[in-house]
Ligand binder design. Structure first.
Ligand code: CA
Length: 503
């Protein structure tokens, strides 16, 4: 087992793979001057004041004071560099053609009549126009799950799409397009099989027409609570409609489909300094295999790519894709400016405890989950893709906000990398957990699906863990395996991204 990881020749720091005490000779002639916590950095050379601190071959920051060879480098010792400009970024200079060959080219999914991506699950999704209906709908869904769902064995679940949007909001503000588009596209999610069911209050700002289109505002699709005579009438209207929709869904069958029908989302959260060494590069390898076999993979999280945006631009297949990337970054820069913060607000106390000194270091690790495939399209938050291949979908990095954005984009499942651990999950699509270090898997053996920890210790390669993950993704997509979050029903609330004013 190795004691430290140095990622590129240029790096002047390395990361320890376990807690190492002061005085230990970690490599011939290099004695540590401090106790170094697991995943934290130490200096490989003397670094002068204002000298560059380099990891991943990029400058993470500049030394606030001189740092001696063998000393611990923590988040208080670096000055953040200015973020790269998004003007005139080079594009197409790093287009990789020799992606790793995928061992499987098909999966078992639910083909959808609209020609969009296939479903990985068969779920009755009940849409809501407004928060006000949640209490009633939750009681109804509980009853549906107990009394109706067991009668329809081909239906996996019934899910209420509850959210905090819909009324008391500036519905015509320019930025209201984000939450509205998110909810519109979640209603069309591939796992819902085109069966539309909406519960509305009756006086909300987000009208049924606006949510699902006037053509879908019919008594067959919509229950309006204010039109029901009392609570029992509300319940029976919802139950009756749910049963009719479930009857149709019950006829859906899985079929063998090419991977071009699969859309996978990548996200990370609770990252540590190993995330970019083990879990994210392994996910990136699996992503490259998926793309090689024709699948579409989406990665996101603006504040976690902003500092490495030039590396993404180099992989864009056209100036048009590069321009959309730049536009999305500019929009987010302005959004953060308006809130009087910058991207340095991103890393969490847990990230820092995990050895991530700043957002540059976090970004380099985060981008690794996108592998090396050419980037064929850039999406605004919650847009649906029109291309196949690697896609960048600009969303907030917050796990519980990125998740619903990717759901709206139509992901059949999400792969979620973590270093510190989070039990986050989605009700409408399975979430696979991949951890960056062995201790995380030991701590949560029955929450983490795949550990990339053996990459840190040198016992497995990125290719080995990446291939294991690729196969697990296809098994989960095909319904033959369930990740832990799905087995336990760990479903986080859908926090819909709303940068527009609340009234
Ligand atoms: Ca995240």
């Amino acid at each position: 087992m190795r004691d430290y990881v140095k990622l590129t020749e240029r790096d002047n720091v390395a990361v320890v793979t376990h807690d190492v005490s002061k005085g230990v000779e970690i490599m011939p002639g290099l004695v540590l001057l401090d106790d170094i916590p697991q995943a934290h950095k130490f200096a490989l050379v003397d670094i002068p004041k204002d000298g560059e601190i380099i990891r991943y071959g990029v400058v993470l920051g500049y030394a606030l004071d001189a740092i001696k060879r063998g000393a611990w480098i923590n988040e208080h010792m670096l000055k953040l560099p200015t973020s790269p400009s998004v003007d005139n970024m080079k594009w197409g200079t790093n287009i990789r053609k020799d992606l790793p060959e995928a061992p499987r080219k098909t999966f078992m999914g639910y083909r959808n009549p609209d020609g969009f991506y296939a479903g990985t699950r068969n779920i009755l999704g009940i849409q809501t126009t407004v928060q006000c209906v949640q209490g009633v709908l939750d009681v109804a869904v509980d009853k549906i799950r107990r009394e109706i769902l067991p009668k329809y064995p081909n239906v996996d679940d019934v899910v209420a799409i509850n959210h905090a949007y819909g009324c008391g909001v500036a519905i015509n503000a320019p930025d209201a397009k984000f939450p509205i588009r998110a909810l519109q596209n979640i209603a069309r999610h591939p796992n819902f099989g085109g069966q539309l069911m909406v519960v509305s209050l009756g006086c909300e700002k987000l009208t049924v027409e606006r949510l699902v289109g006037a053509e879908n505002n019919t008594p067959e699709n919509v229950v309006v609570l204010q039109d029901c005579k009392g609570f029992n009438a509300m319940m029976s209207a919802i139950m009756d409609m749910a049963e009719k929709k479930m009857k149709v869904l019950n006829e859906r069958r899985r079929e063998e489909l090419p991977l071009s029908e699969l859309l996978v989302g990548m996200q990370c959260g609770g990252s540590d300094a190993f995330s970019g060494v083990s879990a994210n590069p392994s996910a990136g390898y699996a992503a490259d295999m998926l793309v090689q076999a024709g699948a579409t993979v989406m990665f996101s999280e603006v504040t976690e790519v902003r500092d490495g945006v030039n590396f993404i631009a180099e992989r864009c297949v056209s100036a048009e894709v590069r321009d959309k990337l730049a536009d999305e970054m500019r929009w987010y820069d302005k959004y953060l400016d308006a809130g009087e913060v910058d991207r340095s607000a991103n890393p969490t106390p847990g990230n820092k405890k995990g050895g991530l000194s700043n957002i540059v270091e976090k970004a380099m690790g985060s981008i690794a989950k996108s592998g090396t495939s050419p980037i064929v399209e850039v999406l605004s938050p919650a847009e649906r893709p029109t291309k196949h291949g690697m896609i960048y979908a600009a969303t907030p990095a917050s796990d519980i906000v990125c998740g619903p954005c990717q759901l709206a984009s139509g992901i059949g499942l999400q792969v979620f990398m973590t270093g510190r651990g989070t039990p986050y999950g989605l009700a409408a699509a399975p979430v696979i957990k991949v951890c960056s270090r062995n201790e995380m898997k030991e701590q949560w053996p029955d929450v983490i699906d795949i550990s990339a920890g053996a990459v840190v210790t040198g016992e497995k390669t990125i290719q080995e863990v990446g291939t294991e993950l690729f196969n697990f993704i296809l098994d989960v997509a095909s319904g033959t395996k369930k990740p832990y979050t799905e087995q336990y029903g760990l479903h986080n609330f859908l926090c819909i991204f709303n940068p527009a004013p609340i009234t």
